[in-house]
Design a protein around this ligand. Structure first.
Ligand SMILES: NC(=O)c1ccc[n+]([C@@H]2O[C@H](COP(=O)([O-])OP(=O)(O)OC[C@H]3O[C@@H](n4cnc5c(N)ncnc54)[C@H](O)[C@@H]3O)[C@@H](O)[C@H]2O)c1
Length: 380
């Protein structure tokens, strides 16, 4: 393959951004088709644009029907940007036709979907990569590097929080069009938090208990009954504990992602900017000369440094570009090895599905299985 013919399904805020980036950020791509059940997403100006997508990007053909787009255009790659709870069916349909897939996260919405997607992916000549862009962040690469070099030892406790602003114009605009943003259980959106941490955890998460708070925060126009906050504790077979805090709504007015990693020979943290304080990315090490005290790493919050001089490297501080670049490079080389494959995607998605069920059961400790486990089953 010399060029990659791409289609995008789902043209919300994220889908429009990824369409532009895939089309304009690279010399090896042709975005030939786009699809949404709402034609206004393409033909009408949206809140984050000064003109409609059809004028910004005149080349792709617009489709209302996904299957028709696949049949007519026979693309090399589908980028799936439908709502966070409806990815798997689009992925399976593409993989079953031998088409490569980049699916946004969380990649599945149920155990049954995980099973179906795992089977489709294993039977397909197409490659599936999961769009875990936080995994590409410069700070996550630094964490992995410190770990691989043995400078912080092995993790025994990690924690992450993802607090999304729940008020203001951006939240209102994002939510207005988007069913899943109003209704999805916060803990299901665990992938941005677990993804980077799982990069240094050799085991899968095995047990979970989760609680939710109910509702304490008034948001104009709120319709769902989802919890304001949900807190999950995960544990691996050998006893590594991972704690995750997610919000549906809150008054904190902070954002977004913080992580702390406690290891046998050191400590690492990435603390999101708060109240005017800049991002903090720092570590200490018992075995690296001169690094026994907390040592700041001179990294931007997200930009991987190998892309820092590339003016086309945009999207969440450059991580969206890095993700696409690595996928396109693999596809052009005919490689099936991609940075975040389906197994990694399920390792970071399924814990949220079990955690939601645990919260429903008032914190019951649940054992989690994955499609590669002998005990795997598609019901709880
Ligand atoms: N990785 C990131 O940084 C990041 C950031 C934001 C969103 N996301 C992910 O991106 C995805 C999209 O997010 P969003 O905010 O754009 O959501 P959204 O709800 O605004 O957009 C989803 C779009 O999919 C369309 N759609 C639904 N069913 C369809 C169908 N059958 N055929 C074609 N189109 C259909 C909807 O009409 C809508 O326009 C989500 O999975 C979300 O988790 C990721």
């Amino acid at each position: 393959m010399e060029r990659i013919r791409i289609v995008v399904v789902g043209l919300g805020h994220r889908g429009r951004h990824m369409t532009k980036l895939a089309a304009r950020g690279f010399d090896c791509t042709d975005v030939v088709g786009v699809c949404d059940i709402d034609r206004d997403m393409w033909y009408q100006k949206q809140w984050d644009q000064d003109k409609p997508m059809a004028e910004i990007l005149p080349e792709p053909a617009f489709f209302l029907d996904y299957q028709q787009m696949l049949e007519e255009l026979k693309p090399d790659l589908v980028i799936v940007e439908t709502g966070a709870d409806i990815h798997a069916e689009f992925c399976c349909q593409a993989l079953d036709r031998g088409i490569h897939v980049l699916s946004d996260i969380p990649v599945v919405a149920s155990l049954a979907e995980a099973d179906a997607l795992w089977r489709s992916a294993n039977a397909s000549r197409g490659v599936i990569m999961v769009g875990a862009n936080p995994n590409e962040a410069g700070w996550a690469n630094a964490l992995v590097d410190l770990h691989q070099r043995g400078l912080i030892g092995e993790p025994y406790y990690m924690e992450a929080e993802y607090i999304h602003w729940s008020e203001g114009a951006m939240s209102t605009n994002l939510t207005a069009h988007s069913e899943w943003r109003r209704h999805l259980s916060p803990i299901r959106y665990c992938t941005h938090s677990l993804g980077p941490l799982l990069r240094i955890l050799r085991e899968d998460l095995r047990h979970v208990s989760c609680f939710g708070t109910g509702q304490h925060c008034q948001i104009p126009g709120r319709v769902s009954r989802k919890d304001d906050m949900q807190a999950a504790q995960f544990r691996t077979e050998s006893g590594v504990v991972v704690r995750l805090l997610r919000n549906g709504a809150c008054r904190a007015r902070i954002g977004h992602h913080s992580y702390r990693v406690f290891c046998t020979k050191g400590y690492f943290e990435k603390i999101a900017p708060k109240g005017g304080d800049p991002v903090k990315i720092r570590f200490n090490s018992d075995v690296l000369y001169g690094a026994r005290q907390l040592t700041t790493l001179p990294l931007a919050e997200y930009m991987p440094h190998e892309y820092a001089d590339n003016p086309r490297a945009i999207g969440h501080g450059g991580v969206d570009y890095a993700m696409l670049d690595k996928l396109f490079t693999a596809l052009l080389a005919g490689s099936r090895t991609v940075p975040t494959d389906l197994r990694e995607g399920l390792r970071m998605t399924l814990p949220g599905i079990y955690a939601e069920e645990s919260a429903r059961r008032n914190g019951e400790v649940m054992t989690m299985y994955y499609p590669w486990d002998a005990e795997w089953k598609t019901s709880f």
